[in-house]
Design a protein around this ligand. Structure first.
Ligand code: MLT
Length: 309
């Protein structure tokens, strides 16, 4: 009987609003990507998708809440490389496990990482930046979105490549961190491209390099880290939708189909591409492909990141 009622529920799903938890502040990269894609998904599903920004602890507060939510398809989370991979080695007491406590729904976007600085930061290019940070590591500071966030983990990777330990300045997301960078209150940041393109093009911050093998079409004048002299620093994050473990397979399938449809929509694609995102290829959009990505990313970050508590 319970199985029958779950099947009937899945057939009519969704019959009411869906809540999409975003684990960082509004206006940041995860929020922007979630809003672009869920705006289209809501049309496909015929229900409103309400974004709820739940901040704190590098996204792990919100992810814990999502893991404990009812597994009925009405509470979802847009997580990322930090919340659903890097958090595992960083937080030994993490209250959730990305694989055991979630059903992967679908990958939304790849997000290349950029090394960014306040407009009037002294170094003019990446080579000068490296020399400057090495000479002033106890004075310079780097903004990030909390331990385990993409911006934190990416700059930790950069620090280990450079052999430096600058001061970290945590925010509730790189939306507010970017505001501080634009205002000149912090020196630099390693951030996802989506948050940076409007500011770079507006001339309010500077970009030293994009940490991918190729330049990004949205920022043709920004060199790659290889071109700029730091080939060892390569970093691209990703954002994806997850549902609490045990969400019915038919519900996950409906949500995944809505993600795929959104990623095929010209308007959605343009908005994501204009912000420098990498749109997942068809084979990378399935729930199974996202599950494999999460497993591989946990394996990749585990030997790299040291526990914080
Ligand atoms: C955000 O949306 O603020 C970011 O994804 C935070 C981060 O992980 O750096």
């Amino acid at each position: 009987l319970a199985l029958l009622s779950a099947q009937a529920q899945a057939q009519t799903y969704p019959t009411r609003n869906i809540t999409m938890i975003v684990p960082f502040a509004a206006g940041g990269p995860t929020d922007v990507i979630a809003r672009i894609v869920t705006g289209h998904m809501a049309q496909t599903l015929g229900q409103t998708i309400i974004i709820e920004n739940v901040v704190g602890a590098g996204g792990t507060t919100a992810t814990t809440r999502a893991a404990r939510a009812a597994n009925d398809g009405y509470t979802l989370i847009t997580g990322h490389m930090g919340t659903h991979a890097a958090s595992v080695p960083l937080y030994p007491k993490l209250a959730y496990h990305p694989e055991k406590d979630f059903e992967p729904v679908g990958l939304l976007a790849g997000t290349p990482i950029l090394i960014l600085a306040r407009k009037d930061f002294a170094p003019k290019d990446l080579k000068e930046f490296i020399a400057y940070v090495k000479a002033n590591e106890s004075k310079v500071n780097a903004a990030h979105a909390g331990v385990g966030s993409v911006s934190n983990v990416s700059c930790e990777l950069l620090n280990s490549v450079l052999g430096v330990k600058p001061i970290g300045v945590p925010f509730n997301g790189t939306g507010p961190a970017m505001n501080a960078l634009v205002a000149g209150q912090v020196d630099y940041m390693c951030d996802q491209i989506v948050n940076a393109v409007p500011q770079i093009n507006g001339g309010t911050i500077k970009a030293y390099a994009v940490a991918t093998p190729e330049r990004n079409p949205s920022l043709p004048n920004v060199p790659t880290t290889t071109e700029a002299g730091l080939p060892a620093f390569q970093a691209q994050a990703w954002n994806a939708i997850f549902a609490p473990k045990g969400t019915p397979a038919d519900v996950v399938a409906k949500l995944n189909a809505a993600v795929v449809k959104a990623l095929d929509d010209e308007g959605v694609r343009k908005r994501l591409l204009d912000l420098g995102s990498v749109i997942p290829a068809a084979a990378d959009r399935t729930p199974a492909a996202l599950g494999t990505l999460v497993k591989n990313e946990i394996a990749k970050w585990t030997p790299v990141l040291k526990p914080v508590n």
